[in-house]
Ligand binder design. Structure first.
Ligand code: FES
Length: 154
């Protein structure tokens, strides 16, 4: 079965032939569209490394079949900065050392952007940690991540 998807990815309209309906959004981005910023950690919805925005909402790309997304607007970490200007959440992660090895960072940042857009971040560290609980950092940089989200929310 062959499908054709019309997607808007990081602001650009794309028509994408899809020969396998089982392909996840994560594999589509990384392996077919040369957008490797979205990371593959667990590949089963447990770590959040693959977080992207679909129509402004946070999702795990590893759990999302590409074939279900015709017409969707997808934002990945590659689409956040405006030219040379980082997105405020990216700047806040740098300012507050919200990372160590960096592998989970694209997912953390996309999740933070979604959380803030949902109005669910607030200024309370506990609330931020709860809102970001789907994103695991194996280096345990949670203090800096929370400070970064708190700062970017203001
Ligand atoms: Fe998708 Fe871990 S790779 S949640």
């Amino acid at each position: 079965m062959s499908l054709s998807l019309s997607l808007t990815i990081n602001g650009a309209a794309r028509d994408i032939p899809l020969d396998d309906p089982r392909v996840t959004l994560l594999d589509l981005l990384r392996e077919r569209l040369a957008l490797p910023g979205t990371k593959k950690g667990c590949d089963r919805g447990q770590c959040g490394a693959c977080t992207v925005l679909i129509d402004g909402h946070r999702v795990n790309a590893c759990l999302t079949l590409a074939a279900t997304l015709d017409g969707a607007k997808i934002t990945t970490i590659e689409g956040l900065a405006d030219g040379e200007s980082l997105h405020p959440v990216q700047s806040a992660f740098i300012e507050h050392d919200g990372f160590q090895c960096g592998y989970c960072t694209p997912g953390q940042i996309m999740s933070a952007v979604g959380l803030i857009a949902e109005g669910q971040a607030g200024d309370d560290p506990e609330r931020i940690r709860e809102g970001m609980s789907g994103n695991i950092c194996r280096c345990s940089a949670y203090h800096g991540i929370t400070l970064a989200v708190q700062d970017a929310t203001r």
